[in-house]
Design a protein around this ligand. Structure first.
Ligand SMILES: [Fe+2]
Length: 167
């Protein structure tokens, strides 16, 4: 089976080895990226690329923590992520043409200020909404985060998340 997403997700969850925060974060970002992509009516191919990137977007954290004395900085993550992603994607039989696109999305998912493709925008929005639920931003950060959002669905879901704080 090509692009075996269930196998990819299963393998990534096994790799995380029950780590509570990261396991839940992956599942939440995956679900939201899927939802936002479907609301934007992206193609089936784009949906598969976005969902694989969502599953893999923080894949380098564990490896960096284990191999670099707990240093999971963005730079370190960018160095090791492609190697890990290629391994997981190959095992789940992803089309070779998808792999660089997924790697690119994962690599850029914290580059909030640069021009963004539609898929990168969706991944960033999904990750930010989950991050806001996990770590409530202060007022200043809240403003900055809101400015990043472009899609209608993402903006609405972010508003719902931040509402509680505004009250
Ligand atoms: Fe994340």
């Amino acid at each position: 089976m090509i692009n075996n997403e269930a196998y990819l997700l299963y393998n990534v969850l096994c790799y995380e080895d029950g780590h509570s925060r990261r396991t839940q974060h992956i599942l939440k970002v995956y679900a939201l990226a899927k939802l936002l992509g479907e609301r934007e009516k992206i193609s089936v191919e784009e949906q598969q690329i976005l969902q694989a990137a969502a599953i893999l977007h923080d894949i380098a954290i564990k490896y960096c923590k284990e191999h670099y004395n707990g240093d999971a900085s963005q730079d370190k993550q960018k160095q090791v992520a492609p190697f890990l992603e290629k391994r997981f994607l190959k095992a789940a039989n992803y089309l070779p043409s998808y792999v660089p696109k997924i790697i690119e999305l994962v690599n850029c998912h914290h580059d909030y200020d640069k021009p963004k493709s539609r898929l990168l925008q969706l991944l960033i929005e999904a990750d930010l909404i989950v991050n806001c639920y996990e770590n409530r931003p202060d007022h200043e950060n809240m403003k900055l985060i809101k400015e990043i959002f472009q899609t209608k669905g993402g903006t609405k879901l972010l508003e719902l998340c931040l509402k509680e704080q505004m009250e």
